[in-house]
Design a protein around this ligand. Sequence first.
Ligand code: ACO
Length: 325
Amino acid sequence: MTRYSRITGTGSYLPPNRLTNAQLAAELATRGVETSDEWIVERTGISARHFAAPDVTSSDLGLEAARRAIEAAGLQAADIDLIIVATSTPDMVFPSVACILQHKLGIAGCAAFDLQAVCSGFVYALSVADAMIKSGAASKALVVGAEVFSRILDFSDRTTCVLFGDGAGAVVLEASDTPGILASDLHADGRHVGILCVPGHVSGGQVLGSALLTMDGKAVFKLAVGVLESAARATLAKAELTEADIDWLIPHQANLRIMHSTAKKLKLPLEKLIVTVDQHGNTSAASIPLALDDAVRSGKVKKGDIVMLEGVGGGFTWGAVLLKY
Ligand code: ACO
């Protein structure tokens, strides 16, 4: 019998400190940085984001999301035999957030590692977990996207600091006789490292170079629109399906204009687009599982629905996972 993988539970968590655009603009004004609710909404679709308290880490956010996903799957933490955490804002240089999360879940022994593909991280991690389940290396995987991007934002740069937020999302992916994950398609192009990066690194007890996010927004925008369409089409072709089969499109939640443009290129009505960027901002690797959990718990995504997940981000990386929920 063919072995497939299937999502059996979703969960997410946002830190309680929610900042509207107006609140953020007022705070930035005290630093001499000028922005407005109107500008942010018009250019990005973002109205609010959540920021974690200074002592809260990606593993803390991931733990809450993981607990909810495990509960939704009807499992105990001890049942999990693989943990993959997609993050670009780890608690430490090492060990991985996945190992810290494993300990916080009160379990030990199963494989646990982080995957770093910035905003494409969750799609990459889901694809890797799917392959490991299909190969027999794991049966009950916990796949988490967890980020505290507020830690790497340059609050003197209005072109980037208004875009991002903190949060975590998680799914439990289990071995199944029926699919599940139908197809995935992953890519990277390292020629574009410089358009979206945190260029600093740790050396000799110091951070050398800047430890803050820098982005060429226009270059990212242009690349994102093209690759999101091509990844969706490649994934559909692998699964021998067409755009018409998609019930829900859940792209990386970075910018509403990019998301609308992707839906349009795929000839999907906007009612099929799951949008949480307005309330969460861009939470990088956490954005897709946060949006998926929101769509599942609000009753939009139902069992049997065909869902297209799409990530794009620093690297440059991009990819898609098509699944039957
Ligand atoms: N508030 C007010 N004005 C601003 C702000 C702000 N927060 N930011 C920029 N401006 C001003 C600029 O200074 C500029 O003014 P000028 O014309 O006087 O020079 C004007 O607004 C236009 O700036 P642009 O940078 O040209 O604005 P643009 O329309 O390109 O929008 C944006 C910028 C929103 C960043 C857009 O380029 C974008 O969304 N890019 C994609 C970003 C993205 O999706 N990144 C994440 C993907 S990957 C990942 O998630 C890690």
